[in-house]
Each structure stands twice: as C-alpha cells, then as structure tokens.
Design a protein around this ligand. Structure first.
Ligand SMILES: Cc1ncc(C[n+]2csc(CCOP(=O)(O)OP(=O)(O)O)c2C)c(N)n1
Length: 357
C-alpha cells in the first residue's frame, strides 16, 4: 500500500535576548529607542502594581491576588501591539495588559476585592470582564473573533488568554477548533508559566509545546520566549498581522514562569524546588531588558530611579482613590449577573437590600 504524507509540521520558537540581555542583532524588531524603553517602562509599572497588591493582601486590604510577577514581558509585548478596536477576553492573570490598555489600576484592584464595579471599564476600552473558569476565555474570544469577521472588520481582532493548565480543558479544543473552521479573527494568547497551581506542565500534555497543537486545528502556531519582551513583541506582531489580514486565528505560546504563588491562597514551596525558582530568577524579563537597554546606552540609574518614583507614586495614588470609594452595595452581587434578573434573583436582591439596611 503506497504511503503518502498528508501533513508535515514544524513549530518555530523565537528568542532574541539571551539571559544576560545580549541580543541576536539580526532578529531585533524595528523599534525606535523610545519604543524599546517604553516596553521596559510598561514592565516596571506592572511589577510595582503587582507588588503593591501583594502587600495590600498581606495587610488585609485586598481579597486575594493572582500575581503576574515573571510574566510582564508577555503582557507588555502584546499590549503595545494592540489597537483600540481590538477586544480582550481576559482570564485572572492579565492585569498587566489591562492596565496598559487604559483600565485604571484601582479598577483591577477593586475586582480582586470582590467589587464588581471594577468591571465598569472606561468607555471605549474593549475588554470583557475577568472570567475565572479556566479556558472559558478562549471560547469567548473565538466567538468575538467570529463576530468581528461577520461585521466585516478589517483590523480589529479578539485576543483570548489562557494558561498551560487551560490547554487541557475541553474548552481549549472547542475554541480552537471552532475558530479554525470559521476563520475567526482571534489570537489565542497562551502564557505557559509551567504550573497550573501545583500541576507541572509535563502533566498537561505529552507534546513538547502547546504551540505545536495549532497544526491539528489548521492554524499557525509559534512558541516564543515569554521572558524576552523583544521576542514577544516580534512574535505577537507577526501573529496579529496574520489575524488582522483575515487569514484566520493564530496560536501563540509564550513560555514563561510564574515567579509567585498561584494566588495568595497558595504556598508554592510545597510543590516547587528552590533550584527551579533560581533558574527562572536568572531569566527575569525585567532584568534582561534593562541589561539590553543599558548596553545600548538607552537606560541608566537616573532613569531607573525616576521611573521607580513615577510608578510608585501612581500606584499609591490609585490605592488611595480605591480606598476612598464607599463600599459596594451588597446588591451588586446579583446586579452584575444578568441583564434582566430572573424572579429568584429578584427575591434574593430584596432580601439583600433589607439585610443591608
Ligand atoms: C473550569 C475550572 N476548573 C478549575 C478552576 C480552579 N483553578 C483556578 S486557576 C487554576 C489553574 C490554572 O492554571 P493555568 O491555566 O496554567 O493558568 P495560571 O493560573 O498558571 O495562569 C485552576 C485549576 C477554575 N477556575 N475553573
């Protein structure tokens, strides 16, 4: 019986900066000095924002917090490639992209204090509410992307976010299959931070990468060093160009590491070894980019101090504004659920309103 090959697949991986911040010059994206420094600024801003939330949580001023420490390059590299008309379908670990898109820090903090008013995003910021069910965001983005296509959009895309754990959910398969078949205007943006709470990546799949699974859905996929902001920038641009041009969806896997606990309710020292954390600390996305900028004479201690002061002041002002807000009414629990409340929620709402009085 003659055998013919019906599909051959290769999956690319991109990295530009080595761990000490030295660039492969041939691969450098065409960015001005200011644009490169801006990527760094965004990451530092995210980190200060994140660190403050962890402190607030320890002080009992925040419900819980899912840290993005270590994932700043993924989020900054994507954020600068987004257009105003794009849509985001975020999971619970996208604060960096959200604050870079013009959502005030205080609103993201509010969400994590269980205050639904945080989800009332400024007019014109196309972002769905944070969705907690793992992998659900990909379905939302597949549908949004189809909607944009049916509306005849020529540039807008939908970005669906998920982690490595999400790639084992049925929703992941359904979203990618659907988007592939209907050629949705969707970028599937996977931050593989190696852990789904206490489950390591090698327990998620027998495949080497998430990116290679794109072949099975008839879309291109790529893996990028998610701790290298220049590589994420370049890979995201390539992926978005593909989707914007109407060629269908794209699967981008950013290989990164969750430096903190899963959330403040977790203790990662119970399942992770110190060696692993040390390995990733040496590949910190902010340190790498700073070393690169310094080597190009685009950054120095003075700029660093000024930036730190600026973002710290912003974070403090946002916390002040957050804490000056009157508490959310108890009825918000049901008010944010449906456009039209069913009878049983009306009953519960009345009860809540009475109790609150
Ligand atoms: C459908 C569903 N199952 C379980 C959970 C509980 N849960 C929250 S986060 C998480 C792990 C997610 O891991 P991953 O997708 O790798 O994202 P990461 O938290 O690492 O960013 C789990 C199991 C959930 N929120 N939704």
């Amino acid at each position: 019986m003659p055998v013919t090959i019906i599909h051959e697949a290769k999956t690319e991986r991109l990295e530009i900066l080595d761990r000490s911040g030295k660039a492969d010059e041939a691969l450098l994206p065409k960015l001005s000095s200011e644009e490169m420094a801006n990527l760094y600024r965004l990451m530092v801003r995210m980190r200060r924002f994140d660190e403050k939330a962890l402190t607030l949580q320890r002080q009992g001023r925040m419900g819980t917090w899912g840290s993005i420490r270590g994932q700043e390059a993924c989020q900054a590299g994507l954020a600068v490639n987004l257009l105003k008309e794009d849509w985001l379908a975020p999971s619970f670990r996208e604060h960096g992209v959200m604050i870079s898109r013009g959502i005030p820090m205080r609103q993201v903090y509010a969400i994590w204090r269980g205050d639904e008013r945080g989800h009332l995003f400024p007019e014109g910021v196309n972002c769905l509410p944070v969705s907690i069910p793992v992998a659900s965001q990909l379905l939302h983005a597949a549908g949004l992307g189809l909607g944009l296509k049916l509306r005849g959009e020529k540039s807008a895309v939908a970005v669906g976010f998920a982690g490595d754990g999400a790639s084992s959910e049925g929703d992941f398969h359904e979203a990618l299959n659907f988007a592939g078949v209907f050629k949705s205007r969707t970028l599937f943006f996977i931050q593989n931070n190696q852990w789904a709470i206490s489950l390591p990546f090698k327990k998620q799949t027998a495949a080497e990468s998430i990116a290679q699974r794109a072949h099975g859905y008839g879309m291109p996929g790529m893996q990028v060093d998610g701790n290298d902001v220049l590589a994420v920038y370049a890979a995201t641009k390539k992926a978005l160009d593909h989707v914007r041009a109407g060629n269908g969806p794209y699967l981008l896997e950013c290989l990164t590491y969750r430096m903190e606990n899963h959330t403040t309710a977790d203790d990662a020292t119970r399942y992770r070894l110190a060696d692993e954390i040390a390995y990733w600390k040496e590949r910190d996305p902010i340190d790498r980019m700073r070393a690169f900028l310094v080597s190009k004479k685009l950054w120095n201690d003075q700029k660093e101090a000024a930036l730190f002061e600026e973002v710290s002041a912003e974070v403090e002002a946002e916390v002040k504004a957050l804490e000056a807000e009157p508490s959310a009414p108890a009825t918000d629990i049901v008010d944010f659920m449906y456009k039209e409340r069913p009878w049983f929620l009306e009953e519960q709402r009345a009860l809540l309103a009475k109790e609150a009085r």
